[in-house]
Ligand binder design. Structure first.
Ligand code: SF4
Ligand code: SF4
Length: 153
């Protein structure tokens, strides 16, 4: 693991992935690993330990849904998901591009205050139920308390 990433994880109160002994328990409870066979929290931790930069530019780092099952089961009391969050932030600060689907979600949060815009079938369903269109949210507070904008620059 790079010294820089190690330092940031410690600063954020996280535990160092170097304690990981690759037991794979995290993968056994990972819902994303269940549907995407290439995804393995154990392997991501291993790549981070080895300072393998390819994981920082990989889309895979962003597949995790933050369910925290891995963090609950880890026998070494590591917090893989917490480590992934730090790694994602770190990757973005180093200039690695955030995947398009994540960028579009961030864009929607900043513009509409919603993770996903109500368009297509969802909009039609609302229309059929005569629910009318949703009021546009004031997202100025979101902009004040987050630095989400930097992810879509
Ligand atoms: S459960 Fe913990 S120790 Fe085991 S592979 Fe995952 S992160 Fe490493
Ligand atoms: S937090 Fe992410 S890596 Fe961990 S079990 Fe859930 S989906 Fe898998």
């Amino acid at each position: 693991m790079s010294e820089e990433l190690r330092k940031i994880i410690l600063e954020k109160g996280g535990k160092i992935a170097g304690k990981c002994f690759q037991c794979g328990e995290c993968g056994s409870v990972c819902s994303i690993g269940y549907v995407k066979k290439d995804f393995s929290p154990r392997k991501i931790i291993y790549q981070l330990i080895l300072d393998d930069k390819s994981i920082l530019e990989s889309d895979m780092l962003w597949w995790c849904t933050a369910c925290y099952s891995c963090s609950e089961i880890c026998p070494m009391d590591l917090d893989p998901e917490g480590i992934f969050i730090v790694a994602r932030n770190h990757a973005s600060s180093l200039g690695y591009k955030v995947p398009a689907r994540i960028r579009s979600m961030i864009d929607s949060i900043l513009k509409e205050g919603m993770l996903l815009p109500v368009i297509g079938r969802a909009a039609k369903a609302r229309e059929s139920m005569k629910l009318g269109s949703l009021k546009k949210a004031d997202t100025s507070d979101i902009r004040k308390i987050t630095d989400l904008e930097r992810f879509i620059k």
